[in-house]
Design a protein around this ligand. Structure first.
Ligand code: 0RA
Length: 650
């Protein structure tokens, strides 16, 4: 009862502000949900699901059903206690209405309980309501169905009883406002990746995702996500296509200084480390104090173990921090009551108290594991020593690159047609498939700010190479030199890319719209993802989209970028018929002359660039290791099924 009174008081005290609050959300939606594109649109679902996850974390909800309805609206239903609907005696407003129409009401309202979930922006379901042209809340409680409807965030009537039920829980349905969002079409794959991630992060919680919109074959989709073992299963999923040093997952779940901490670690035979960290179910891609604590504990414990076993003396080499992490895949998930998110994308944890807590938890668990598993411990230490040897070789190789670095006077790759402007913020570089397309691009470009680097066929697959071997490849070196990225400067980790001298803030992959082109994109993205992830994190990487067709009917001529656009052309100009329309299909960039290439694919005023993002780094990790690992069959299948980068691309 206390909580509800609290909510009521809040509401009365700020009744007028309340209206302004939701108006503000509609006026500046990006401030509340990040952006108004596809990303923000999907954020509405996450925000709604987060409320149900809080109910699950409180121990009252075991199943969440997320449905994309046939009309494109979203329904989220849980089997929790149901949002309270009591009417405050003085205020005459139900708790439900407060939650749905008061900005940030969720947090204040639920003050007494342990609220740790909450999306990146943690804005609450009232923002979802404000950005929906229509929303319906139903609460199943005490044998009754309560309902309230809203338009653009405003209640249409007080909560009413509409029937009886034996169910318990909350059901939210919303129709995103198409005057706010640039698109209101939900993508099943994006939702599915996030629901899978949430199921791994919340062991024991069942999440059902249903898409009732029929696909091209008239089929609907449904997946059930459920993980009994949580992060243990998550790390196996991420690493499913890698070869492991040993099959054990090193696992811990504990609480230190009031902070719940869960982690799972696996060692594989790759040359990179992949540590995925979460705070309150949010992927902290920029890391922070929890990641620092994890790394410190790992180094400290392994170093101590290696020293005591005298393995290092025998090897006679200096081990650095990064050597301890090579071939490590880990997921770390913690819950913090008041997280401070910092950094460029607000995904870096700042809370200083977390470092010590994580260090302690990971340190203890790892120490016990090594003591109890001497065979595995030896395998880890042997791998660390191998990594140190490889790193020393890598340093020698990268010194060669540094000598050729543009800033140290070594010059740029001969194949690069550079731009004349020197301000990276204004400059873009096109990495172009093949010399002939490269030639057209050079002729068609605006020399002032566009640089062209033609690539000869497929670049090296760095996923399957030792770190230093990548630097021995000419094509990889050309890319690194042209970009101006340096490695291992000023005593940093040799594996950490330094972007200070990055020469372009748009790095655009321009490849043919076919399977080979998709493969080349994947190879280059793998290089970026594994060697310079900050490039992707900061939003510098893009995919160009060349047109698939040129359609002409009489004097009307249009470029069409996909089959839907071609169909629209046919319907607009020719009653949907192909006969009587000249359709030229572009098989490759090379078929376009310089003017066409400029007009369709390179001109900032008319081109379509897709920004590559790392929304879901764990899924990207899983996919990259699948695509680029040893199993060629799987890679072919995936590339053929996914002409576009469903999960990698924003
Ligand atoms: C606070 C108190 C109670 C339930 C909830 C919040 C609640 C919120 C949401 C949002 C989505 N699903 C939800 N389920 C529950 C219940 C208090 C009580 O019954 O005593």
């Amino acid at each position: 009862m206390d909580k509800q009174q609290d909510a009521g008081t809040n509401y009365s005290a700020s009744n007028i502000q309340v209206l302004e609050g939701l108006e503000a959300v509609r006026k500046r939606p990006a401030m509340y949900i990040g952006d108004i594109s596809e990303k923000g649109l999907h954020h509405l679902v996450y925000e709604t699901v987060d409320n149900s996850i809080d109910e699950a974390l409180a121990g009252y909800c075991t199943h969440i059903e997320v449905t994309v309805n046939e009309d494109g609206s979203i329904t989220v239903q849980d089997d929790g206690r149901g949002i309270p609907v009591d009417i405050h005696p003085k205020e005459k407003v139900s708790a439900l209405e407060v939650v749905m129409t008061v900005l940030h009401a969720g947090g204040k309202f639920d003050k007494g309980s342990y609220k740790v979930s909450g999306g990146l922006h943690g804005v609450g379901v009232s923002c979802v309501n404000a950005l929906s042209k229509k929303m319906i809340s139903q609460v199943f409680r005490d044998g009754k169905i309560y309902q309230q409807e809203y338009a653009y965030g405003k209640a249409l009537y007080p909560v009413k009883v509409i029937g009886d039920t034996t169910l318990r829980g909350t059901r939210q349905q919303f129709w995103p406002d198409n005057t706010i969002f640039t698109t209101t079409t939900y993508k099943y794959d994006i939702l599915s990746n996030r629901m899978r991630e949430l199921a791994f992060l919340n062991a024991g919680l069942k999440i059902t995702l249903t898409d009732k919109r029929p696909d091209e074959e008239g089929k609907t989709h449904q997946q059930v996500f459920y993980s009994e073992d949580g992060l243990k299963e998550f790390v196996r999923y991420i690493d499913a296509n890698r070869v492991h040093l040993f099959e054990d997952v090193i696992y811990l779940k504990t609480e230190k200084q009031g902070i719940p901490i869960e982690a799972a670690i696996m060692y594989n035979n790759s040359y990179t480390d992949n540590i995925h960290t979460y705070v309150n179910n949010i992927n902290t891609i920029e890391g922070g104090t929890h990641l620092t604590g994890f790394r410190i504990a790992l180094t400290r414990v392994l170093k101590k173990y290696a020293e005591e076993s005298k393995a290092l003396e025998k090897a006679k080499i200096e081990i650095s921090q990064e050597d301890f992490r090579e071939g490590l895949t880990a997921v770390l998930s913690i819950k913090v009551a008041e997280p401070q998110f910092e950094g460029q994308t607000k995904t870096k944890l700042g809370n200083s108290e977390v470092n010590g807590a994580v260090q302690q938890a990971v340190g203890e668990a790892l120490t016990i594991y090594l003591e109890e598993h001497p065979r595995e411990a030896k395998m880890i230490i042997d791998k660390v020593i191998l990594a140190a040897n490889a790193r020393i070789a890598a340093r020698k190789a990268s010194e060669t690159i540094r000598r050729k670095n543009p800033m140290s006077g070594g010059g740029l790759p001969g194949k690069l047609a550079d731009c004349s402007d020197k301000d990276p913020a204004k400059c873009e570089i096109f990495l172009v498939e093949g010399d002939s397309a490269g030639g057209s691009a050079k002729q068609g470009r605006k020399r002032a700010f566009q640089a062209i680097l033609p690539l000869r066929g497929k670049i090296l697959n760095v996923e399957r190479q030792q770190w230093h071997k990548a630097f021995e490849s000419d094509e990889v070196n050309n890319i690194i030199q042209a970009l101006g990225v340096r490695f291992g400067v000023d005593g940093e980790d040799s594996k950490t890319a330094n972007l200070e001298k990055l020469r372009y803030h748009k790095v655009i992959l321009m490849t043919d719209a076919d399977v080979d082109g998709a493969h080349i994109d994947t190879l280059i993205l793998t290089l970026f993802y594994r060697y310079m992830p900050q490039l992707i994190e900061r939003g510098y990487v893009y995919l160009a989209t060349p047109p698939l067709y040129k359609c002409r009917k009489g004097k009307v001529e249009e470029y069409c970028y996909d089959d839907a656009e071609k169909q629209r052309f046919l319907e607009t100009y020719n009653d949907g018929q192909e006969e009587g329309v000249t359709i030229q299909r572009y098989k490759g960039l090379g078929e376009m002359n310089p003017e066409q290439l400029w007009a369709t694919t390179m001109d900032p005023d008319s081109r379509l660039l897709k920004q590559v993002s790392l929304d879901n780094a764990a899924e990207a990790d899983h996919i990259f290791s699948m695509l680029m690992g040893d199993d060629v069959g799987q890679r072919r299948d995936f590339i053929e099924q996914n002409a576009t980068y469903a999960t990698i691309d924003a």
